[in-house]
Design a protein around this ligand. Structure first.
Ligand code: ZN
Length: 449
């Protein structure tokens, strides 16, 4: 009798699960109650690339998007694609895809890469497949050509998929957008941002929470984040460090911190990153997250933002508020830097290739960018924020074509004279960036044709 009841209960549960899935994008090949975390090692030199699978993990729940799962928000410098068997028995039915950029690819442009072979950790969160699936990872070169591709099969019942998130880092939500703000988005459809403590000791968690609230306030002070803030959740992850502050290798300072970040990445003073992606995602396991902002407890200037990987920034430098939003422009919306160097520091953008980043163009395919906005006036927001002593500039900006961007003074153009993606003193995103961010937020939260 008990067995029959259990069977009935499980059938009811299965029917309920199937029903709720069909309301979430109608992909029966996915188990949206679980996340598949895939750990990879990307390795190589300036000329070679290799991708290897390190480990498969599973996490309770799925915090990722439930719309447009088989589409990409942007092309990215790389893509991860999950497919299942279609009617012909081939793995050609795409059920999920995501684009990204990597520190590995940035490193490949350094001088060190011409003499050294190095390995970098990368982690992707995928919905757990309900049946056998194929996962493909591909990387692109500066011309948009596939430079490396690797595929492997995943069986959801593989006994070696390691469950993670059993011990969950203490955390606290500081923002749950939604119904209270008039949105009709329910909890699971919102975009989950996790703010992670780095270089804060147990005793300094109060300071971390204050810093996290400052980061959030700065984000909401920038359109279109402010106007669409009801589409986000923000959770603060109180990962304690054994030592305060973060590592500054050029000063011989190495600290024992939660995710082992350090300045001087690729020997560049201001470049603050962590190479410990596996550790970072272990810290986050069990907490719903999609986009990551790591706050470093230091007043040394620096930071970095890698598209669909993470933002890492200095919390106690006077430029914290603009910088955290600038870096989030990279990591969340895949925006390019709009500044340039006069000495043509490095070349990533070529005339034969239109960049995938929405806020710069090489004019190869300007129709796909902001050609329709040129000459028109846009209101860039009304928050009246005043940073670094600079008064709020005109709230109305006319979009144009300005040469210089993507670190290049020639051959790359941006849409406005100034922007959050160009200088820390300017108080807002330019209209081109605002439209790009708006589109990304809607991509993650609204079904598109
Ligand atoms: Zn811009």
């Amino acid at each position: 009798m008990k067995k029959v009841f259990l069977l009935l209960a499980s059938l009811v549960l299965a029917a309920f699960t199937a029903n709720s899935q069909s309301g979430n994008g109608n992909i029966p090949q996915l188990n949206l109650d679980r996340t598949l975390r895939v750990n990879y090692i990307f390795s190589g030199t300036d000329k070679t690339q290799e991708i290897a699978l390190a480990e498969l993990c599973s996490i309770d729940g799925w915090a990722g998007r439930r719309v447009n799962m088989d589409k990409l928000p942007l092309r990215g410098n790389g893509q991860v694609v999950m497919s299942v068997k279609g009617p012909e028995g081939e793995f050609d039915d795409i059920v999920y895809m995501m684009s990204f950029s990597t520190l590995f690819q940035e490193w490949q442009a350094t001088e060190e890469a011409t003499t050294t072979r190095k390995a970098f950790e990368n982690v992707f969160l995928l919905p757990m497949p309900a049946t056998q699936a194929r996962v493909t990872v591909r990387l692109f070169d500066f011309h948009g050509n596939v430079s490396c591709e690797y595929s492997h099969l995943v069986n959801p019942d593989d006994i070696l998929i390691r469950p993670v998130g059993k011990t969950v880092t203490p955390h606290e939500w500081i923002w749950k957008g939604g119904k209270d703000l008039g949105s009709d988005l329910d909890q699971e459809h919102r975009i989950d941002i996790a703010i992670v403590a780095e270089g804060y000791t147990e005793e300094e968690m109060g300071t971390f929470m204050d810093d996290a609230r400052d980061a959030m306030a700065s984000l909401w002070a920038h359109e279109p984040f402010g106007a669409l803030k009801d589409r986000f959740n923000i959770v603060c992850v109180k990962s304690p460090s054994n030592e305060s502050n973060v590592s500054v290798p050029r000063a011989g300072l190495w600290k024992d911190t939660a995710v082992g970040s350090h300045f001087d990445t690729f020997y560049s003073d201001r470049y603050l990153t962590t190479l410990n992606l596996f550790r970072l995602h272990d810290v986050l396991a069990g907490i719903p997250y999609e986009h990551i902002i790591i706050l470093a407890n230091t007043d040394t200037y620096g930071g970095g933002g890698i598209y669909n990987s993470y933002t890492l920034t200095t919390a106690h430098h006077p430029g914290f508020r603009p910088v955290v939003v600038h870096e989030f422009g990279h990591s969340f919306a895949g925006l390019a830097d709009e500044y340039h160097y006069d000495d043509q520091y490095s070349e990533q953008y070529y005339p034969d290739t239109e960049p995938w980043e929405q806020n710069i163009t090489t004019m190869k395919d300007f129709d796909s960018k902001w050609k329709d906005m040129v000459g028109k006036e846009y209101n860039i927001g009304s928050t009246g924020i005043n940073w670094n002593g600079r008064k709020r500039v005109d709230t109305n900006v006319t979009v144009g074509i300005f040469e210089g961007g993507g670190y290049q003074s020639k051959g790359v153009w941006r849409g406005s004279d100034d922007c959050r993606m160009k200088t820390n003193s300017y108080p807002a995103f330019c209209p081109v960036c605002q439209r790009a961010i708006d589109r990304i937020i809607r991509f993650y939260t609204e079904e598109q044709d």
